[in-house]
Design a binder for this molecule. Sequence first.
Ligand code: NAP
Length: 485
Amino acid sequence: MPATDHQVVVIGTGFAGLCTGIKLKEAGIEDFVIVERADGVGGTWRDNSYPGAACDVPARLYSFSFAQKSDWSRTYPTQPELKAYLEGVARDHQLLPHIRFNHNVEDLRWDDAAQHWVIKTSAATLTARVVVSGNGGLAEPKTPDIPGIETFRGHSFHSATWDHDYDLRGKRIAVIGTGASAIQFVPEIAKQAGRLDVYQRTPNWIIPRPDKEIPQWQQWLMEKVPMYRNALRSLVYCGHEARVVGIVLNPALMKFFQKIAANHLKSQVADRTLRQKLTPNYLIGCKRILISNDWYPTMTRDNVELITSGIAEVRDHSVVDQEGNVREVDAIIYGTGFYATENPIAAKVFGRNGQSLASSWADGEHAYLGTAVPGFPNLFFLTGPNTGLGHSSMVLMIEAQVRYVMQALASALNEHQPLEVRPEVETAYNDKLQKKLGSSVWSTECDSWYKHRNGKITTLWPGFTFGFMRTTRRFKRADYLARVG
Ligand code: NAP
């Protein structure tokens, strides 16, 4: 059997990859590397540096339970603060020597004979017994397929690859998309742009953002009295978990939130026609609920126009709407989201007998516990299929998943036996999951990035986060095949 370079290769240095590295070290496993496509850590919080970028989950909860920070400056952490937090975590836990920056994974192939993975990256080829992928579900920006878009001669970029060198002052800008990213950067760039055309395909329900600065005395108290800090975290946790009752158990209860959102819109937009354009026609929660205090006021600015008639085509210096209006622009900014249901990494992964992950996921991504896929031994996904949340912090899910993966990994390494999940176990798990999703608010009438193009919800976890923690608490060897290969 050929030698293997490492026991474990981890992909990505976002919350998921860093958490895995920390837990590997805690378990005494030092023979691992983390491959990172960029030149710095932080994942989504390194990439999404657009003006106004911030998290819509409070910092108390959107941070590792084992690396809590007392001096968050605001309720909702901003991108620079989150990026700095993750850089600090990587440094404090001595992860940097393990990270191989500028190593973009190009091909990930299971070698049956050698019983290891061959990881071809842009910089080197590595082998490992186990691969843990923290490559992120919202990592690959998506640009829209609009006629003529390739002929545009002005400047253009996506919210996730913001061009900070482009001076927006006085420019005529078109923004396509009005999702979670756009509602953060549009209010910021509207202050600079000469004219801003906002192309909205579907309005979102938006509730107020209860954001405020955290005073120094409170930061001090957090630092000195961990019980106080933990109590606050628990309070925020419970407040968010309560939302599951409406989202998953009884969508009719969401009407209460819808009233809050409708009142928010009414209080900020006096113009009835504009209000109508901004009012969604689906039950709140079906698409992600957004939080903002400045989106609606921005829509009422003199230099901003909300265009809802749809885009017919893009020409070399203009955008043409479905009513035939031609608007000249200097730049187009895409706030059009990510490949959430068709993770591009799947096209690069080949399991036992050369099986392609893309073909295994052709009808929608699926995995056991969002982690293991039949036919792909010793490969574990973090924030994999059906682990996303519509109500709380993904860091909770990541920690639970890493806890599970560490047990699986120990079993695989100790037994010198690759682990491959039993197909019938994975199928039964997903059947149950899909049944639950069928009665959730996400299955009511709307299109969202939560759904695969065939309508199946492949991204979200239908329940409380403590339900996921319980389900993943104990690794069961019997869920996996006795022998592989
Ligand atoms: P998104 O929520 O998927 O929004 C994409 C927007 O682009 C939608 O308004 C969509 O319209 C529109 N769009 C897509 N294709 C289009 C086309 N061909 N023509 C016209 N409009 C088009 O993407 P995102 O805003 O980047 O956010 C993605 C996710 O990232 C969020 O839901 C959230 O989970 C995460 N995120 C979180 C934060 C935070 O914590 N604050 C911030 C940013 C992002 P339709 O609605 O009609 O599809």
